[in-house]
Design a protein around this ligand. Sequence first.
Ligand code: 2P0
Length: 324
Amino acid sequence: MNKKVTARAHTNIALIKYWGKKNPELIIPTTSSLSLTLDQFYTDTAVVFNSNLSHDELTLNGQPITDHTLLKTSTFLDIVRQMAGINTFARIESTNHVPTAAGLASSASGFAALAAASSKAAGLNLDRQALSRLARRGSGSASRSIFGGFAEWIAGEDDLTSYAHPIQENVTMDIQMLTVVLDGSVKKIGSRQGMQHAIATSPFYDTWVAESEVDLVTMKQAIANNDFQTLGELAEHNALQMHSLNFTAKPAFTYFNGDTLNILNLVQNLRHQGIQAYATMDAGPNVKIISQSTATQVICEAIKKDFPNATVEVAKPGPGISYL
Ligand code: 2P0
């Protein structure tokens, strides 16, 4: 105790998406999901418990935070305090190397880093499965960021059985995500609210659950076979299915904007030219292009031609949690 612990967690992008909870309090999802952890985007979080503090204190990128983000962090730390049998408050310093809340899943790296740093600072010595379960309580996608490479979050039925595990930590496939950032603004509909609205009102939700189960099996086979084309086709299909739930919710909503569709169109055109490129989108308008290193130049040139203001970040498979 009173020891400052710093952890680093990288963000992940789902190839088979998580979109809905059967237990919102414990964050137990309706479906299992599968992601790729990225090297380029990560969060560093330092935590120290200190008996002189009268409440938890949080800084994000050097700025003191007192809004709902602090409340979410304190609620999460209450779980850690309960597990460790302590009632001391903590100082948390978090630095995000991810564009916050722009659909690039900073909550995944954020809660994975917080789970690792806070549990160790509280004197707990959790294995990675227990860390994944803990990270899940902060944000579902954070359960997957404990691991590097391809990771699967097994939906499970309760707190004990819902956790991520590595599918392939040292990725053998040539795979990368080109993140095309056109809109760095904060999303209007949080994913937590969006996914539960889709469950409650989209007539296709049950179909999504059934299809997702089949997609997951095929995705794991594609990874085992180093089959990039099947992986890419399936990831794009699964992402479009997820976004279709939002289009068919009542009232309908979408994270897409006009540029999202323009980039999707560009990706389809690249495929018509024989270039293997596939799109995936999360809870924001930005598109991630799943591709291979040999195609980086041609894809970047095509983007620059049509979207001179876009910034493109090239991310490769990244590692799991580490302590600094
Ligand atoms: C995913 N997303 O699988 C999906 C695809 C966004 C679209 O996980 O409510 O921030 O904290 O569990 O993890 C974003 O949702 O939601 C997400 P909570 P989270 O990556």
